[in-house]
Design a protein around this ligand. Structure first.
Ligand code: 2HG
Ligand code: ZN
Length: 448
């Protein structure tokens, strides 16, 4: 096996572009499954010495090809690094190895009245190390913030095999540079995350889920503003499903939309410690938005089964769209007032193209829209009409071309649309310093 991390030739670039355009398929003849940090350290030291490229891989649930070997990289899987090491019930800090599955961790901390601070559709298979390495956002970021805040401690193995120990269970630690922040979201290009300590909030005793229909995006914005003001500390999710996405889950997954009409649907979740108090707040909010007319229809789930059914309408949109054909996926941050403009504009921009649908859904409470465009099969012309147009559009509004999925393999060449040249240059300097032979997750995150 040889490393391809050396300077890339033109021919190689063309091969890479072809892979980027058509698919994210992997190629590797070796998967290693270490159990301990020491195992990882010895693997990395060996690979570094022999200039063998390595792809760290967790649950492999990412959407930008960050954990896929592009050519012949060694896959370093965290599947067997799945030990929960400690749970401090008083401070709410769970410490574990990188390969623990998010849902397993959530079930574990639930026994002590705690919850993991992130939740996402892939929770049954994604690994916490992968979540941290990609700084995964998910459904409750509006309430619990990003992993840059919840990860209190981190251990990583660098390309050389050196173990970088930034473990801590302290909420406050102002001693020198916070090196762990560099690893969070670096998509395995600077080090292999092996251990984390995460701050868990109390598990809410009372949860309410409502689905509200609005006739316009302006009404969604009014509802969001009011929701933030009136539900404040109990608001734990504010998600959007446009009518096209709602029709897709009905058509392809046979899920039932309990509301009869609406251009937009807002899925609102509250979580708190006192059912009576939360219901009072939710009722006052619902009365207010219905009265002012920004919400035209709505339902509040009665019991856990109905709550899960409502959540499925939002969580399974991506799955429904996959049934339609090929999906061009964009995960962008925009100022909330422009959140849906990108979908409207993309529909106009793609008029006449061989497109089946243009969908907008996602985390409106965080300003993170998932723009998905579907075609019967992969169509290079459609791809070229969308890109770089979509990235220019986002840059024009000072947004981010990747809100929560990372850049991985698919989006790395577009980093300049969201980061200044000097920032990218500094990223490259850090990369060279920490991985001088370029063996860690090559072809990911940073452009050539
Ligand atoms: C979600 O919020 C995920 O459902 C996936 O981030 C989004 O596949 C997508 O476009
Ligand atoms: Zn998302």
């Amino acid at each position: 096996m040889s490393s391809r991390s050396e300077a890339i030739t033109c021919e190689f670039c063309i091969a890479l572009q072809v892979r980027v355009l058509y698919c994210i398929t992997g190629a590797s003849s070796l998967v290693l499954k270490p159990k301990t940090t020491d195992d990882v350290s010895r693997i990395m030291a060996h690979c570094d010495k022999r200039h063998l490229a390595v792809v760290p891989q967790g649950g492999n649930t990412g959407l930008v090809g960050g954990s896929v070997p592009v050519f012949d990289e060694v896959v370093l899987s965290t599947a067997l690094m799945n030990k929960i090491l400690d749970l401090d019930e008083i401070s709410g800090v769970v410490t574990c190895q990188a390969g623990c599955i998010l849902e397993t961790l959530d079930d574990h901390v639930a026994e002590r009245g705690l919850a993991m601070p992130l939740d996402l559709g892939a929770k049954a298979s994604c690994h916490i190390g992968g979540n941290v390495s990609t700084s995964a956002g998910g459904l409750r970021l509006i309430r619990y913030g990003s992993l840059h805040g919840s990860v209190l401690g981190l251990e990583a193995v660098l390309a050389s095999g050196e173990v970088l120990d930034c473990m801590s269970g302290m909420r406050k630690d102002n001693t020198g540079y916070d090196l762990k922040q560099l690893l969070i979201g670096s998509e395995g290009t600077l080090g292999v995350v092996t251990k984390v300590a995460i701050l868990c909030p109390s598990r809410p005793a009372a949860v309410n889920v409502a689905l509200l229909a609005c006739n316009s995006f302006a009404d969604v914005l009014k509802t969001l503003q009011k929701g933030k003001a009136m539900l404040s500390e109990i608001l734990s999710a504010f998600e959007l499903i446009d009518s096209a996405s709602m029709m897709a889950v009905e058509k392809y997954l046979h899920l039932r939309n309990p509301l009869s009409s609406g251009e937009f649907y807002c899925l609102i979740e509250t979580s708190g410690s006192h059912a009576g108090h939360d219901e009072e707040k939710l009722t006052a909010f619902l009365d207010s938005v219905m009265e002012e007319g920004s919400v035209c229809d709505g339902t509040v789930a009665q019991g856990i089964t109905q709550q899960k059914d409502l959540w499925a309408l939002r969580e399974r949109v991506a799955e429904a769209l996959l049934r339609e054909g090929y999906t061009y996926k964009y995960d962008v941050s925009l100022p909330t007032r422009h959140f849906y403009d990108i979908v409207v504009d993309m529909r106009r921009h793609l008029a006449g193209a061989a497109v089946l649908g243009c969908y907008g859904y996602g985390h409106v409470g965080d300003g993170n829209v998932h723009l998905n465009v579907t075609t019967r099969q992969y169509d290079a012309d459609v791809g070229h009409r969308i890109e770089p147009y979509v990235f220019e559009w986002v840059r024009g509004r000072h947004g981010s071309i990747s809100a929560e999925h990372g850049l991985g393999f698919k989006k790395r060449d577009f980093i300049h649309y969201s980061k200044a040249a000097s920032a990218v240059a500094w990223m490259k300097r850090f990369k060279t310093l920490m991985d001088p032979n370029g063996i860690l997750n090559p072809y990911k995150t940073l452009p050539e």
